[in-house]
Design a protein around this ligand. Sequence first.
Ligand SMILES: Cc1cc2nc3c(=O)[nH]c(=O)nc-3n(C[C@H](O)[C@H](O)[C@H](O)COP(=O)(O)OP(=O)(O)OC[C@H]3O[C@@H](n4cnc5c(N)ncnc54)[C@H](O)[C@@H]3O)c2cc1C
Length: 413
Amino acid sequence: MKVIVLGGGVVGVTTAYQLQRDGHDVTVVDRQSVVAGETSWGNAGMVAPGHSFVWSSPKAPMILLKSLVQKDQALRFKFSADPKLYTWSWLFLMECNAQKARRNTLLKHRLAAYSQSVLQDVIKTESVSYDRNDRGIIYFHRSQEALDRGVAQMKLLESDGQIIKVLSRNEVVALDPSLTSAKDEIVGAIHCPTDETGDPAKFTRALADIIVSRGATVLTETNIQGLDVAGGQIAGVRTNKGVLKGDAYVLALGSYSPILARQIGIALPIYPVKGYSLTVPIEGHAHAPNVAVVDEHNLVAISRFGDRIRVTATAEFAGYDTTHKPSDFTFMKRVTQELYPDGGNYGRAEMWAGLRPMTPNNLPFFGQKKYPNLFLNTGHGHIGWTMSHGSARITADLIARRTPEIPMEGLLA
Ligand SMILES: Cc1cc2nc3c(=O)[nH]c(=O)nc-3n(C[C@H](O)[C@H](O)[C@H](O)COP(=O)(O)OP(=O)(O)OC[C@H]3O[C@@H](n4cnc5c(N)ncnc54)[C@H](O)[C@@H]3O)c2cc1C
């Protein structure tokens, strides 16, 4: 079949790769000059089944309420005139009970763990260089009470096969001596040794080169304006460069998927949740991180991609605004500098902001929707790099009418 993939983020490109492996003629369409030019560029690069906990937890309503009155660095919710924010927030709040949070977390963990296995299969098959680090991720806490809570919470993922190790302060520093000067701040940690990190944009661009070398087409600087419908099917994609026609279409536009879907009568509850990142050049500094960390107290994630450190933080409801100013980064920079004073050249850090395509239950949308030749693969939220590889395989399976390798109950709308 000729399949057109709408969107060249990590989700679109991994989908195109899997479709090509199945023998399809694939075209990827993206408005940027290069693939992975938006959200898939600046994220923390964590391939983290150990981070599968959904945001829609029983604690979330109170966190949201507090953020309205307190100047909180981690979550910034503010009222806006956008009615979609309120529809989405209502659906999100409906997911915030213990039973649904547990169910959604387990579904997400199933998808994330499967996805990591697909990634490992891809990198065994292909030569993709993306600054991979497979030493796990350290989720550290700054108080005993928080550590105990974290360990208790992790039992849920452990029951689903996640390997966890509880580390004392000394064991954390032994695992990564670059944390030595912050030792007194860290009470202990949960180490997920099978979690990993890698630069998602480097990966996506290398994979795009591979599929192009095998005959796929990647159309960049091509703005998708709408979808033509005829006879109950998608008949073409209208772009600024003309109409593209295929046998099947995959919607993988991240936070922008609902805008296009709405035009053809599909309501997708995906809302953009803004996050910020810094990319710090190491430039010979001796004590850059060797193992990725999540500072669970400050909700700052830090990874190392070769000679760079990537730091991410903040969940902000700001609509489609991706602008940023230096003060947005003050807190995450201070936290990182305190953890790794000799970690890199913080003065030359590159600033970035992007939009997480969040669904109310934190699970992506898959499968056919309204039109038999339109397939969804979108709404991957805060761990879309983690879930992309498995989501791509699932989408290729659904297009081929094959049964996916993991049970899809709860994952197919
Ligand atoms: C601060 C931050 C940290 C994160 N950290 C992690 C992490 O550590 N691990 C993890 O797994 N995930 C992480 N994520 C989440 C992850 O980045 C996303 O889930 C993932 O990148 C989504 O990929 P996507 O391909 O769906 O979306 P995108 O990367 O946004 O791709 C969509 C593409 O569609 C294109 N597009 C949109 N509209 C149009 C149009 N009209 N015409 C043509 N093209 C269009 C865009 O140019 C874009 O390239 C993080 C996100 C943020 C913001």
